[in-house]
Design a protein around this ligand. Structure first.
Ligand code: AMP
Length: 289
């Protein structure tokens, strides 16, 4: 595995690969790797000749009161895990390399951001599309891999790629979970022992809501109400949002139908956790997608 720490070196490597027509699978991450990230790398490994992973805690996607300074980091451990996952190029740039002085052009996301994390984390997705535009240009991937855990991110990035004709395919990978159902996340290390015991209730509440839908419930407020009560009863976290929308459009629904997302964000003492499930609501029968 080739560890590259600056954009000029990466460019040279990618140019050589591109002249040979090599397919490149790209996995952008913020590091502190876990099974979720490694599953994306595995998918990339199976379908591309070369796998590039980036590790970059992007300052632009963190708000002033968010956890940028405390975001967990361990580059040595990540390097070993990436090597074991079969990554060919691990790109770990400095912020000063990615953001060179004042930006003369900035990016602002207009659709699919007035809900969920986009509404709660102002400017977050502007930061995400900015860094991805830079990384996509540097890496020139054939396919880029994203986790369904960040379903709104997938929807926004699909908009970016389609609007600006990025010549790449977005591949969305199902959420990887702990045995008790908790979605794997770099932020889970900041849960206290008690919170870690409570945290699986996030997914459990989503699954119970899915059962209600399967039994015929079609009223979005009833579903979000059920999830909220469940989380309040079983966790000490504070609900940031419990929302349901059409997916991937992220539009409000009067009645549940078609492909929908049930999504939640809960603030614990040191960690804000998100989770979601996407369900296909048929007119008569429902099925999980
Ligand atoms: P992050 O390092 O949190 O920015 O995540 C990098 C990529 O890994 C994103 O596409 C995430 O959606 C994805 N990811 C994070 N956690 C999981 C998970 N539990 N299952 C699947 N993908 C994940």
């Amino acid at each position: 595995m080739n560890v590259i720490k600056n954009s000029s070196d990466l460019r040279l490597n990618i140019e050589q690969l591109k002249t040979r027509g090599t397919t490149i699978g790209f996995v952008p991450t913020m590091g502190y790797l876990h099974e979720g990230h490694l599953t994306l790398a595995k998918e990339a490994r199976e379908n591309n000749e070369i796998v590039v992973m980036s590790i970059f805690v992007n300052p632009l996607q963190f708000g002033p009161n968010e956890d940028f300074d405390h975001y967990p980091r361990d580059v040595d451990r990540d390097t070993e895990l990436a090597r074991m996952a079969g990554v060919d190029i691990l790109f770990i740039p400095e912020a000063s390399d990615v953001y060179r002085g004042k930006q003369s052009v900035t990016m602002s996301v207009k659709e699919r951001v007035d809900v969920l994390c986009g509404r709660k984390r102002e400017g977050h997705f502007d930061g995400v599309v900015t860094v991805l535009t830079k990384l996509f240009h540097l890496v020139q991937p054939t396919r880029a891999y994203f986790g369904q855990k960040d379903a709104q991110q997938v929807a926004v990035v699909e908009g970016l790629v389609s609007d600006y004709f990025f010549p790449l395919e977005i591949v969305s990978v199902p959420t990887v979970r702990e045995e008790d159902g908790l979605a794997k996340s770099s932020r889970n290390v900041y849960l206290s022992h008690e919170e870690r015991v409570e945290a699986p209730f996030l997914y459990r509440s989503l699954k119970e809501a899915r059962e209600s839908i399967e039994l015929g419930e079609r009223n979005p407020s009833v579903i979000t109400g059920e999830i909220s009560v469940d989380i309040q009863e079983h966790t000490s976290g504070t609900i940031d949002y419990v929302e349901v929308y059409s997916y991937p459009e992220l539009e409000k629904l009067d009645r549940l139908k078609g492909d929908i997302i049930l999504a939640i964000a809960v603030q614990f003492q040191q960690a804000r956790l998100i989770d979601n499930i996407i369900i296909s609501v048929e007119s008569k029968e429902d099925s999980n997608v």
